[in-house]
Ligand binder design. Structure first.
Ligand code: 5GP
Length: 189
C-alpha cells in the first residue's frame, strides 16, 4: 500500500512483546464503533477459544504462500516459527468507510510498513520489566517452556526496536494504559 493510500490517523499500529497487554488494549479500543480490528492471517495453530475469522484467519503454509505470491499482504513476517500477515484489502475497505483500523503486529511488520512509508499512528506497548513479562507469560499457561523461552528472547529484541514507534506506553496498569492509548488515538478520556 502506498503512503498516500492511508489517511493520517486512520491506521493505528500497536505492537509490544507477547504478554505486554497489547491484545487486551486492542480489545478495549475496538469496543468503540469507530474502530475495527484487522484480522491477520497466520500459519500458527489455533489456541483454545480462538475462532477462525475473528482472532485470525488460520491458514496452512501453502495457503499463506499463495497469498504472498498474489500480493495480498500489506505486510507479513515470521515470528517464533510461524507466519503472520495483514491482508491489505480489508484494511483499505475499512479506511475507505471512514473508520480506524487497528493492526496488532510484531516489529518486523512495522519495519516493513515504515520502509514503505505507510502513514499510521505507531504505538509500542512496553512491559514494566522483563521479569514482569516472564511472570505474565507463565501465568497465562497457554504455552510450553520452549515457547515461553522463545517469546522472552523475541521480547528482548522487540523492546530494542521500540524506536520505530511514535509512542512508547509502559503498561503498569491496564486501565490507565488503555486510557493513554485511547487519548493517543484521539478519543476523549
Ligand atoms: P500470537 O501468536 O501471540 O497471537 O502472535 C504473535 C505475534 O504476532 C504478536 O506479536 C502479534 O502481534 C503478531 N502478529 C499478529 N498478527 C500479525 C500480522 O498480521 N503481522 C505481523 N507482522 N505480526 C502479527
Amino acid at each position: 500500500m502506498s503512503a498516500d493510500a492511508v489517511s493520517p490517523g486512520r491506521l493505528v499500529v500497536v505492537s509490544g512483546p507477547s504478554g505486554s497487554g497489547k491484545t487486551s488494549i486492542c480489545k478495549a479500543l475496538v469496543e468503540d464503533p469507530r474502530v475495527l480490528f484487522s484480522v491477520s492471517a497466520t500459519t500458527r495453530g489455533k489456541r483454545a477459544g480462538e475462532v477462525d475469522g475473528r482472532d485470525y484467519w488460520f491458514l496452512s503454509e501453502s495457503e499463506f504462500e499463495e497469498r504472498v505470491s498474489a500480493g495480498e499482504f500489506l505486510e507479513h513476517a515470521r515470528y517464533n516459527g510461524n507466519r503472520y500477515g495483514t491482508l491489505e484489502k480489508p484494511v483499505r475497505d475499512t479506511i475507505a468507510s471512514g473508520r480506524i483500523v487497528i493492526l496488532e503486529i510484531e516489529v518486523q511488520g512495522t519495519r516493513l510498513l515504515r520502509d514503505n512509508g505507510v502513514e499510521a499512528l505507531y504505538v509500542f506497548i512496553m512491559p514494566p520489566s522483563l521479569e514482569e513479562l516472564e511472570r505474565r507469560l507463565r501465568g497465562r499457561q497457554t504455552e510450553d517452556e520452549d515457547t515461553i523461552e522463545g517469546r522472552l528472547e523475541i521480547a528482548r529484541c522487540e523492546m530494542d526496536m521500540s524506536h520505530l514507534y511514535d509512542h512508547v506506553v509502559i503498561n503498569k496498569d491496564l486501565e490507565s494504559t488503555i486510557e493513554a492509548v485511547r487519548r493517543l488515538v484521539g478519543f476523549e478520556g
